[in-house]
Design a protein around this ligand. Structure first.
Ligand code: GTP
Length: 593
């Protein structure tokens, strides 16, 4: 008797805490071993250098008739950048607990996750959490939830992950309300990969949900999207420590190990089958993760380039979505053009590179991927402004997203103003209750990638929540703005922007560089240009002056770091025509805002 479920929630609504209580209530973790957020063990993983994180846990639960069930709780990644992986985790379950903070109500990711769960045909159990809080308003939010998914507000369960109240009743409801898994035990095996992680000692550990048939240790298996074959060295369940078993059958959730060393050989969403008796159809919709945002990453100290290359190789072992290729910049030297799922992904990767590999990095302004149609109808995919074709262009297409914003209704005006300023088109608006509204916009990805979320938060005093997903392309009036130093293009500063924003970008960048570049023996013009048309200009007056004096102010720590770097090493100068520019000036221009 199996029940497979996941917990979906907006960030901080208490998913991990509730999972902890379930581990305790079902007895799989003893009270003395219990530590907060048992399943989030990144720190230990780092200290010991191994991956022991459970992406799925098996827990026994006895119903009122004394029948014991195996409950598989499957963890889902929390952020929009990883929606594809969330959707694969959901596809491994029959049901989802929709967890909502009883003091906050429904937020944007509550909805986004709910819609994903509904697309996967899951049975939804609505639950209010944190009912112990004095500010909890369970009646109000139960009504909101019932309004959203149908049903009676009285049927919305109420729990506290903190005190444990209601958790056992919830486990009973999981057994009662969720359908058992169905599959064909006699058919060739088909198992879906919903996660795979790299473990230094064991290689890649792949988390699977068996849909049909049976997988057994020592047999040969085949990955259906790539055709790659492997020997199944170990198969088992997480309870929550890994426990090897004699095989996994229909509806079962667990892990497998084949000895491969790279997660790209065991991709989330792929289907595993027996090699001897392969299934003929993959499980639904496997898709390669597609990078949405690209940025150039350069070591501040050029001699760190090989370390950066090795570090990216290592990170990629555990991150199938990370793509990169070498790139050189006149201003910044040797580096990589790296593709990310979104800005959070970029930040995580950058932080890991800096912390775990002790690198000092500079990243160029992130950009999205454009399709540019040239005069002879050729479509050029542009991931770096320097690839933007010269000459006549028929059209430029940019990626779009559909975004959902949920906020108190008093902020509707402010949100509309913000979204319109970002070239958004309102798609619809619904009131969740009298005070709260859901607004749907279609926006260019490039407009929400940078500071959209921060601006949304500040205009709504922190109350708005945002979620978005990719939604095709649109033709837009986009141009490439180049920055020229005495007539020579400075590649790292080229940007693709909407025509209406080209001028302000040009003015901002030329001013910044005027501040940062030291005076020379002669006057140096800094220009911003679209093709051959100059749209902004500043002059650096003659007479030499120390650049570093100008570096102070603003983000002191970063600039101090630059100074120290400079002291350590030889001063790296770049020549643009006759103009000599320390690399630090470029770095400062890219890092301050
Ligand atoms: P992420 O893992 O960051 O997505 O958050 P989460 O949804 O897992 O939330 P988490 O379990 O980390 O809880 C968020 C905060 O809420 C923590 O400070 C918890 O201590 C607190 N919290 C969780 N459940 C309860 C509850 O039932 N009552 C109270 N008072 N606080 C709770």
């Amino acid at each position: 008797m199996i029940r497979n479920f996941c917990i979906i929630a907006h960030i901080d609504h208490g998913k991990s805490t509730l999972a902890d209580r379930m581990l305790q209530a079902t007895g799989v973790v003893q009270p003395r071993d219990m530590k907060a957020q048992y399943l989030d063990r990144m720190d230990i993983e780092r200290e010991r250098g191994i991956t022991i994180k459970s992406q799925a846990v098996r827990m026994p639960w006895e119903d009122e008739n004394g029948v014991t069930y195996a409950l598989n709780m499957i963890d889902t990644p929390g952020h929009v950048d990883f929606t594809y992986e969330v959707s694969r985790s959901l596809a491994a379950c029959e049901g989802a607990i929709l967890l909502v903070d009883a003091a906050q109500g429904i937020e944007a990711q509550t909805l986004a996750n709910l819609y994903l769960a509904m697309e996967n045909d899951l049975t939804i159990i609505p639950v209010l959490n944190k009912i112990d809080l004095p500010a909890a308003q369970p009646e109000k939010y139960a009504a909101e939830l019932a309004h959203l998914i149908g049903g009676d507000p009285d049927d919305v369960l109420r729990v506290s992950g903190k005190t444990g109240e209601g958790v056992e009743a919830l486990l009973d409801q999981i057994v009662r309300q969720l359908p058992p898994p169905v599959g064909d035990a006699e058919a060739p095996a088909r198992a879906m990969i919903f996660d795979s992680v790299y473990d230094t000692y064991r290689g890649v550990v792949t988390y699977i949900r068996v849909v049909d048939g049976m997988l057994q240790p020592r047999e040969r298996i085949k990955m259906m999207s790539t055709g790659a074959t492997h020997e199944l060295l170990e198969i088992g369940v997480s309870a929550p420590e890994p426990v090897p078993t004699k095989g996994l059958g229909v509806g079962e959730v667990g892990y497998l190990i084949t000895g491969v060393k790279d997660v790209r050989q065991s991709k989330v969403g792929d289907t595993v089958t027996n090699l001897n008796r392969p299934a003929d159809q993959q499980l639904s919709g496997y898709a390669d993760p597609k990078p949405m945002v690209f940025s150039g990453l350069y070591p501040i100290d050029g001699s760190d380039y090989p370390i950066l290359r090795d570090a990216l190789d290592k990170l990629q072992l555990n991150d199938a979505a990370l793509v990169y290729e070498p790139e050189t910049s006149v201003a910044l030297g040797f580096g990589f053009r790296v593709g990310f799922l979104g800005l959070l992904h970029l930040e995580i990767v950058r932080e890991r590179l800096e912390r775990e590999f002790n690198l000092d990095l500079i990243s160029t302004a992130p950009n999205v991927v454009y399709d540019v149609v040239t005069e002879d109808k050729e479509v050029v995919t542009v991931t770096n402004p320097s690839e933007f074709p010269e000459g006549k262009i028929l059209e430029v297409r940019e990626p779009m997203v559909s975004a959902t914003v949920i906020a108190p209704s008093e902020f509707v005006g402010a949100i509309m103003e913000l979204c319109q300023g970002k070239r958004g088109v309102l798609g619809g608006m619904d009131y969740l209750s009298e005070e709260r509204v859901e607004m749907r916009y279609r926006l260019p990805l490039a407009e929400i990638v940078f500071d959209f979320f921060d601006q949304l938060k500040s205009r709504t005093r922190g109350y708005a929540s945002l979620d978005w997903k990719a939604d095709g392309e649109q033709v837009a009036d986009l141009v490439k703005v180049d920055i020229l130093l005495q007539g020579d293009q400075v590649d790292a500063f080229s940007a693709i922007t909407h025509k209406d924003k080209a001028y302000s970008y040009g003015v901002m960048m030329t001013r910044k560089l005027r501040e940062l570049i030291p005076r020379q023996q002669f006057e140096v013009p800094i220009q911003a240009a679209i093709g051959s048309r100059i749209i902004a200009r500043e002059n650096i007056r003659a007479i030499r002056k120390d650049v570093l004096a100008k570096c102070y102010g603003g983000d002191i720590s970063r600039k101090r770091k630059l100074l120290e770097k400079q002291k350590e090493g030889k001063k790296r100068m770049k020549m643009f025509g006759r103009v000599e520019v320390p690399q630090e000036a470029f770095i400062a221009a890219l890092s301050s805002d």
